[in-house]
Design a binder for this molecule. Sequence first.
Ligand SMILES: [Zn+2]
Length: 64
Amino acid sequence: MNQLNQKEMMRNCPNCGGINIGRLHKNSYFCSDCYVEVAITRKNDIYLHIHSEDGGIIRKIKLE
Ligand SMILES: [Zn+2]
């Protein structure tokens, strides 16, 4: 997994590698392929929020 610069636009989902990832908020993205929200903190930590199809968060994973 690559560490991502906060200023860079994320183009591929770090979970599935898909390109159907769009900006959700200022520092978060959402992949419509695997229903994963990618949240980037001020410290540049990246968290994956795994969503179920109905939109609930079922798991949070911190990327190293
Ligand atoms: Zn994905």
